[in-house]
Write a new protein. Sequence first.
Length: 158
Amino acid sequence: MILVTLGTNDKSFVRLIQKIEDLIVRGIITEEVVVQAGYTKYESEHMKVFDLIPMDKFQDLMEKCSLLITHGGVGTIISGLTKDKKVIAVPRLKKYGEHVNDHQLQIIENFSESGYILAAYDVEDLEDVLLKAFEFKPQKYESNTTHMIELVRKFIDE
């Protein structure tokens, strides 16, 4: 199963979901696709589309998915990485009214250059990136939360 998450931003990201549906119709994607669409209104005969998914069900879907396709939100990317999922990220772009700026480009670029995720900087790149996902072996993501907590604790103690 492929999990697609568009986040909870109040702007539509229909560009991505339309491309995924196109890839399903053309037989490029053959797995079941579940979409957490947020505020992107979309109906499909080819995918299970939900506005928002309760956190426990979302975590269950994240555990079960073979691939996570997401917008460039740090939280979703890290959630996928901590569950050792292959992640393809597609940025929401300002020029399409999908976000207020293009910071998701930078986020995706940083994670991609570090070998954690695959980047599809445009929805038209998605087909090629999907083919690369079969062979992709992501870098193991290690959170530095423990280190950061220790630094704060040390600072407070001093």
